[in-house]
Design a protein around this ligand. Structure first.
Ligand code: NAD
Length: 505
């Protein structure tokens, strides 16, 4: 692997096209920072339209040969990729920590969850099997097959620079498509590391490409006729834009958006388990997860005890550089850190109680790092901006309600529907909740119910535009299209002239 850790010097982070680095011709760049030090560690290329077209052309040119490569050969490359990734994932985790800020163990966890999808895609031979009916009509056989779409685009957010792209590209590639990945401009280095790994695994040039950039690159991917499908993950307004623009240009689109995840804690719950879960799911990755819990809905008389238990645990957390022994790292940029802090200010001004105040944090890291400690806000009500908006930071709100029905109504009224969890020892209540809640991913005594690779990941309502979730069999369906072949080999000329509609007999 030729890439070095990016916090040693300022580098230019280029595109990857046709099996090699591609500088492009645009003179636009954006700074990439190490959030734990505040230092600029790289400049990422921001593609212009010509750069984007060059990368898309590499994917287009590579498609026919890759589509016609045998499943056996494609699978062997997938297995190579899996072995290399498994052996070297520490390197990738270090790159993620250096640009995203999350602690190393969390970065490793992200890579491992992405690897699960690679492992799932290694079974593509089974997943692509079609169906065949002999003698559907006399001497007529019918077969269904699934074929790849062509070049597809993956547009990913900053918060999972390895796992989110891996929700899509292993399956897309295994199924015979070629890929253009447009990573977040905030932490783009992981994508190049992955491109190098594919090359080492033996993937032909042009099958996996990386296009660095911003809206200019995205718009070209959404409108260029060579791109047949788009898998997007990011905030809701951009997801909505990507979905409408991409589908208007005739593409298949799945666009996963933002989230505001609630946990419902019933009075009979194990409050120690619930408090552990609130801390882990509220503050892990500094709350920069689309499956983070941001609202704990306490039902009935347990709120005071639950809050006390969360406070006790929150106070033990160490905020600091992700390469050190920290529980929680910095936020991704200074602008994002300041935006998240402004929600704490707003919650305070609106009359909520700031029980643990992350604005006062003393972090184990650079003095210019983008620090904000874990923050717990109690007595939050549904009109407050700290409740209505996706904050995407280490801010956990407690909302107090009297009944299960009130809690359910609150969750179902929320425009987002990504993940949710219930904490209870009552199986009947849990079953009712899984049935009644209008959210795509539900945890029962599990705070971050991210489905395993062979199930599909996706939210409801403003958390997903399109009708196909990521990975699992839905992913295979998204990256392939069906074809049905009807054939007759015996006595093909019998029947003579007959202009009637063909009937089975
Ligand atoms: P973002 O929407 O700002 O960016 C996502 C991608 O879109 C990036 O590649 C970015 O370059 C591109 N982009 C940004 N602005 C654009 C524009 N105006 N036009 C076209 N493209 C544009 O999101 P982010 O801040 O990188 O990531 C955080 C968001 O992603 C949160 O809202 C989080 O909930 C969401 N997210 C959702 C899921 C999910 O599975 N639903 C998973 C991870 C993150």
């Amino acid at each position: 692997m030729t890439l070095t850790a990016p916090n040693t010097r300022v580098r230019t982070i280029a595109h990857w096209s046709d099996g090699k680095l591609f500088a492009g011709n645009s003179d636009r760049t954006a700074p990439v920072t190490n959030p734990a030090t505040g230092q600029v560690t790289g400049q990422v290329a921001l593609a212009d339209v010509a750069d984007a077209r060059a990368v898309i052309e590499a994917a287009r040119a590579a498609f026919p040969a890759w589509r016609d490569t045998s499943i056996a050969k494609r699978t062997s490359i997938l297995f190579n990729f899996r072995e290399l990734l498994n052996a070297r994932k520490q390197e990738l985790a270090e790159l993620i920590t250096a640009e995203h800020g999350k602690v190393l163990s969390d970065a490793l966890g992200e890579v491992s969850r992405g690897q699960e999808v690679v492992e799932f895609a290694c079974g593509i031979a089974h997943l692509l099997k079609g169906g065949m009916t002999e003698n559907a009509s006399t001497n007529v056989d019918v077969a269904s097959i699934r074929q790849p779409l062509g070049p597809v685009a993956v547009i990913s957010p900053f918060n999972f620079p390895a796992m989110v792209p891996m929700w899509f590209f292993p399956i897309a590639i295994a199924a015979g498509n070629t890929v253009v990945l447009k990573p977040s401009e905030k932490d783009p280095s992981a994508s190049l590391w992955i491109a190098n790994l594919w090359a080492e695994a033996g993937l032909p040039a042009g099958v996996f490409n990386v296009l660095q950039g911003d809206k200019v690159a995205v718009d070209e991917l959404l409108t260029n006729p060579a791109i047949k499908a788009v898998s997007f993950v990011g905030s809701t307004p951009i997801a909505q834009y990507v979905y409408s623009t991409g589908t208007m240009h005739g593409k298949r689109v799945q666009a996963l958006g933002g989230a505001k995840n609630h946990a419902l804690i019933l009075p009979d719950a194990d409050l120690d388990l619930a408090a552990d879960a609130m801390v882990n799911a509220g503050f892990g990755s500094a709350g920069e997860r689309c499956m983070a819990i941001s609202a704990a809905v306490a039902v009935g008389p347990i709120a005071d005890e639950l809050v006390a238990k969360i406070v006790e645990r929150t106070k033990t957390l160490k905020t600091g550089d992700g390469t050190r022994d920290s529980d929680m790292g910095p936020l991704v940029t200074k602008a994002h850190r300041d935006r998240v802090a402004s929600y704490i200010d707003a919650g305070e001004a609106d009359g909520a109680t700031i029980v643990v105040d992350g604005r006062q944090v003393s972090a184990d890291g650079g003095e210019d790092g983008f620090w904000l400690g874990p923050t717990l806000i109690d007595h939050v009500t549904p009109e407050m901006s700290v409740y209505t908006d996706e904050i995407f930071g280490p801010v956990l709100s407690v909302v107090r309600v009297d009944t299960y029905d009130e809690a359910l109504e609150l969750i179902n009224a929320n425009p987002y529907g990504n993940g949710t969890a219930i904490f209870t020892n009552d199986g009947g209540a849990a079953r009712r909740f899984q049935n009644e809640v209008e959210v795509g991913m539900v945890g029962i005594n599990v705070p971050i119910p991210v489905p395993t690779a062979y199930y599909s990941f996706g939210g409801w309502k403003s958390s997903l535009f399109g009708d196909t979730h990521a990975h699992g069999t839905e992913g295979v369906h998204f990256f392939t299209r069906g074809k049905v072949v009807t054939s007759r080999w015996l006595d093909p000329s019998h029947g003579g002239i007959n202009l009637g509609f063909p009937q089975n007999n």
